[in-house]
Design a protein around this ligand. Structure first.
Ligand SMILES: [Zn+2]
Ligand SMILES: [Zn+2]
Ligand SMILES: [Zn+2]
Ligand SMILES: [Zn+2]
Length: 225
């Protein structure tokens, strides 16, 4: 049950890159793109553990737009409160009406919290500033679904999580066959506890069952055979 490796595909040359190599790699592509006169966009990396997003954000878009994007791709379950902050997740609040060009510059870091109860915390960092045009927030890439294996057979991709057994030594990620076996010993699972495997740091939290955009990369990993 070690941490699965995290990688994504470059949207420009399609190369698969590890989480750590992605920022620099995208920067080299963005720097070579023909500049758009009078336009400005920030390349942001947003991460939580092995999960990451790279986006281009228009300089005149506000944090409200970023908040809404994060909810759609990774977070929204039941309309919880959220907050941007500087100096740690619970640092000083940065208002959502602020525009990107009023707060961002290369290297600037921001924290974000979704839901003050069962919270999901994200780290945002400006990786670069470019004379490019972006429509609000534009997704460049994200991590491909993590290779989460079934804790039962340890062979098949996990498809469901038993939320009442999260952290249990007997396992909590199950493939289709093993979930049937699990239901025999865990009546809660069938009643209410099953949650889907999704490609988000909010997986298994509150009622989160997946994003509403970029849904083709938001599920179970596919075994290459
Ligand atoms: Zn590339
Ligand atoms: Zn919720
Ligand atoms: Zn299994
Ligand atoms: Zn269970």
């Amino acid at each position: 049950m070690s941490q699965p490796k995290s990688a994504g595909n470059c949207p420009f040359c399609k190369k698969s890159l590890a989480k750590r190599a992605m920022s620099r790699h995208l920067e080299t592509h963005l720097a070579k793109m023909p500049p758009a006169a009078g336009k400005q966009a920030y390349h942001l990396r947003i991460e939580a553990g092995p999960y990451f997003l790279h986006v281009l954000m228009n300089a005149t878009s506000s944090l409200t737009v970023l908040d809404s994007f994060l909810r759609k791709i990774w977070l929204e379950c039941c309309g919880h409160l959220s907050q941007f902050a500087q100096g740690g997740a619970w640092g000083s609040e940065v208002g959502k009406s602020r525009k990107a060009n009023a707060i961002f510059a290369k290297g600037v870091k921001l924290n974000y919290v979704y839901d003050f109860g069962s919270s999901t915390e994200l780290k945002i960092q400006v990786m670069g500033e470019h004379s490019l045009s972006a429509k609000g927030i534009q997704l460049l890439t994200r991590n491909e679904p993590l290779e989460l294996l079934c804790h039962g057979c340890e062979k098949e991709p996990a498809e469901s999580i038993c939320s009442v057994h999260w952290g249990d030594p007997g396992g909590w990620f199950f493939c289709e066959d093993c979930s049937e076996e699990h239901e025999a010993v865990c009546p809660d699972a069938e009643d209410y506890a099953w949650m889907p495997i999704v490609n988000s740091p909010r997986m298994g939290v509150c009622g989160y069952d997946g994003g509403s955009i970029d849904t083709e990369r938001d599920g179970v990993f596919k075994v290459n055979s």
